[in-house]
Design a protein around this ligand. Sequence first.
Ligand SMILES: NC(=O)c1ccc[n+]([C@@H]2O[C@H](COP(=O)([O-])OP(=O)(O)OC[C@H]3O[C@@H](n4cnc5c(N)ncnc54)[C@H](OP(=O)(O)O)[C@@H]3O)[C@@H](O)[C@H]2O)c1
Length: 334
Amino acid sequence: MSLGSLATYHPGSVVVFFSALGFLTFVIVVVKTLSVFVQTFMLKGTQLRKFGAKSGSWAVVTGASGGIGREFAIQLGKAGFNVLVASRNYHQLAETVSQINANCGTQVQTKIVIVDLSNGRDDGFTRLVDACQGMDIGILVNNAGKSHEMPSDFAETPKHEIDDIVAINISAVLRVTSIVLPGMIQRKRGLILNIGSFAGSIPSPMLATYSGSKAFLSTWSTALGEEVTRHGITVQHLNTYFVVSDMSKIRRSSALVPTPASYVRSCLSKIGLSCGAAFTGRPHTCTPFWSHAFVDWGMGVIGWKSGIIAYTHRLHRSIRARALRKKERDAKSQ
Ligand SMILES: NC(=O)c1ccc[n+]([C@@H]2O[C@H](COP(=O)([O-])OP(=O)(O)OC[C@H]3O[C@@H](n4cnc5c(N)ncnc54)[C@H](OP(=O)(O)O)[C@@H]3O)[C@@H](O)[C@H]2O)c1
């Protein structure tokens, strides 16, 4: 029976049907919202002890020479992991290590591996394999990442920039994980944290390659997470909005833009939960920082993806215009 004929014969039934549908939708939104609230503000995640804290296990952190990666290295050291840090810049990695030593003294061992993750043939990958040999690695943080120098249409993006983003944000993540994962499977224990971005869940015009690389990370994390759960391994894709760092070019923190220290604290306290990602239900993804969780929830409630993409496009056009003006000013003042 069509709705039209239902209305003809039982006008009250249509009203009842739509009222029930509306009520059901309301209940679902309320339950999902409560789930976001409870996970973000009340529940504690899995304890780091489960992954070998204070028992001689190592944490491997890529891109630990600054920003979010340095904070992961420092906070995992404080939590009782030995820490291996990897990236291109020796002096900045040494600074990370000296901060770990200042906090933890001789209780925590450290290792530095110099590797250029944009170059698949770099010797650093071999050094990383050698360094990880026989190590009990409890945590891998795939943090190193690269974005565009400034928003640009894909057609105008330099080829080397596209290649670097794909190599660092995708290929290197797969390669480093392949180095670490077999040992975790053998030990039936491990945590893999993949640092994603909102640009991966909302396609970002003028940052198309970065956005696509983070979408890859999100999908791959979910697939991998399902595969390895039976081996006692947790994979968590961390859906990140803005954080103060060189990459974001934001220097001052605010409610919406945490410092790396606050951001990493939220990540490490919400292992195994979804927080802001609970509204749209993305397995193995977490939006841990409270204001980022609120934005994620809001986007889920609005659900108007094409509107958000169009807004992002306008925003990136104006950021590009400002970046070009600054470049011009800098060039004139030299
Ligand atoms: N900050 C944000 O607002 C934000 C938002 C969403 C997602 N994220 C993600 O968070 C992660 C960390 O970013 P961040 O904000 O902390 O940026 P950052 O301060 O610029 O740090 C980037 C790190 O990646 C390393 N790296 C870059 N190119 C590399 C290469 N070729 N080989 C090895 N290491 C390389 C850098 O080390 P070297 O230069 O020493 O090699 C540095 O330690 C990234 O994956 C980023 O996409 C950040």
